[in-house]
Ligand binder design. Sequence first.
Ligand code: CP3
Length: 346
Amino acid sequence: MNTTFLKACKGEKTDYTPIWIMRQAGRYLPEYHTVRSKGSFLDLCKSPERAAEVTIQPVDRLGVDAAILFSDILVPLEKMGCPLEFQEKRGPVFPEPIRSKAAVEALGIPDPEDDLGYVMDTIRILRKELADRVPLIGFSGAPFTLATYLIEGGSSKNYLTTKRMMFEEPTLYGQLLDKITECTIVYLKGQVAAGAQALQVFDSWAGVLAPCDYRDFAYPYVKRIIDALKQVTDIPLIYFANQGATLLPQTKQCGADVLGFDWRIGLDEVVRQVGQSVSIQGNMDPLSLFLPADRLEDRIRDVLIQAKGARGHIFNLGHGIVPETDPEKAVLAVKLVHKISREMRA
Ligand code: CP3
């Protein structure tokens, strides 16, 4: 198997810098549209054979060093008892947002096999079909990020309803987050049992919090998840706090093997702050893939040079690849990361 990604996560020496791309299975790939056109996005997530097929598409086309399970961070919330829709223009919508004690108490903890068996089946199919070509990454959302969707009822501009609950009803907020955290721990343990070879926790909206609120209202739940998983598995754990540069003094203590970063901080500054304590992942602006080839090469070299002092570096974009991206640019980026990082080691 290509173990470059797993080694970099653990800070072991590699011949080159591994790369995978957030949202690497998705709408920028014409072959994704072919599969997706047969039904809704949620149907696709719930069809293990087809979900496995789109997971492998970027491995075949781009030559990335890891596959990431095709699913969505919001899928387990539906099975907690909160109906979920994906609307074409608006994105995810929870028509019955969770804002009361009764609503929190009514939420259940889904069983990975009984309730989310389609995710576990997708993982099992993928382990067979990937046949150890590259490792498979499983994932979840972080509790704060998941809570924003449940409380707001979908995506949000300023997280008014979430922050009001945090500040006006901290006990209720804590009960909701406790439940989401428990659900996430059980869900991720299920993914490990099904065969996930690394896990990433996406904290997409952590960056909207002041550092003191992140410390009190988001971080403790992330730490609980990482501590619980570390008791049962050695596979690499990646924590990605989007727009999390100002949270680094806190996030670097979370116990993950890898911290992911967006492009708003230089990886050299990250290395100054974390030293050799963790590996790092990131962090090119996804829109850099619209640069002409020669300038893209310079940009990739810059990121690799900035990450040079890291314990381990996994190249990635700072957030998801956008649907308008030319797939050939993504192919080129993977080639360049491999080539330049090999040259830098020579
Ligand atoms: O990375 C991958 O290739 C694996 C698949 C994956 C998806 N979503 C597929 C998806 C992963 C890891 C996610 C995580 C996810 N989902 C996050 C965390 C990462 C991030 O972007 O910050 C979040 C916040 C979500 C919630 C979500 N799902 C939103 C806000 C949307 C609508 C916006 C959008 O990009 O369309 C989705 C839908 C979604 N998730 C799509 C895909 C491929 C598009 C669905 C379609 O085909 O129409």
